[in-house]
Design a protein around this ligand. Structure first.
Ligand code: FMN
Length: 183
């Protein structure tokens, strides 16, 4: 069992990273092999809209996204986390999402095998955009890649770095969701 974590926050030690790591910690305790990617530390360019992937089954841009494509194929579960920036995911996360286009063949469907498990994580300052954004992404991951979205984890009032460390209930749930990915 392999679980891949994707962190879309630029803040190291931020709330998104803490929550994604908690899910991975739960999965690891239950026996999974885990790997974490921090998008902000990687060289991943935006989709160029060239449609090369539609004819060639791969993205022509040779950057760090190639490693993530490989890991997505071999992973059994993926944990994707982003803070809410201006009512949506961060730019780093959106670039990652756009590049998933290379794993789709328009009119035919997913190039990734269906049935991978997915957990979506958010962190936000206030309001209810986090849940709405992640529900919309859950529908995308189910519809486009046939993923089995197991949980959306996140909370409000999380502006200070590491504030989620005070939310023991959220941390506990993240850990338990991670453990359950392996069962
Ligand atoms: C550029 C920017 C835009 C933001 N926009 C929103 C927003 O629209 N809604 C919201 O609830 N919080 C917003 N926030 C607050 C972050 O979502 C919040 O601080 C989050 O917990 C940061 O996650 P992190 O600790 O993983 O970096 C914004 C923060 C920044 C820096």
């Amino acid at each position: 069992m392999k679980v891949l974590g994707i962190v879309g926050s630029p803040r190291k030690g931020g709330n998104t990273e803490i929550l994604v790591e908690r899910v991975l910690a739960g999965a690891s305790k239950a026996g999974a092999e885990v790997e974490l990617f921090r998008l902000n530390e990687l060289d991943i360019k935006g989709c160029q809209g060239c449609n090369y992937c539609q004819e060639n089954e791969r993205c022509r841009q040779q950057d760090d996204m190639q490693k993530i494509y490989d890991e997505l194929f071999s992973a059994d579960a993926v944990v994707i986390g982003s803070p809410i920036y201006i009512s949506y995911v961060t730019a780093q996360t959106k670039i990652f999402l756009d590049r998933l286009y290379a794993l789709l063949k328009v009119g035919e469907g997913s190039r990734l095998p269906a049935g991978k498990k997915c957990v979506l994580v958010y962190s936000q300052g206030g309001g209810n955009d986090g849940r709405k954004v992640m529900e919309s992404l859950a529908a995308f991951f189910k519809g486009a890649f046939g993923m089995d979205v197991k949980a959306i984890i996140g909370d409000n009032n999380l502006n200070p770095l590491g504030a989620v460390n005070e939310r023991k209930d959220v941390l506990q749930r993240a850990f338990e969701v991670g453990e359950a990915l392996v069962r």
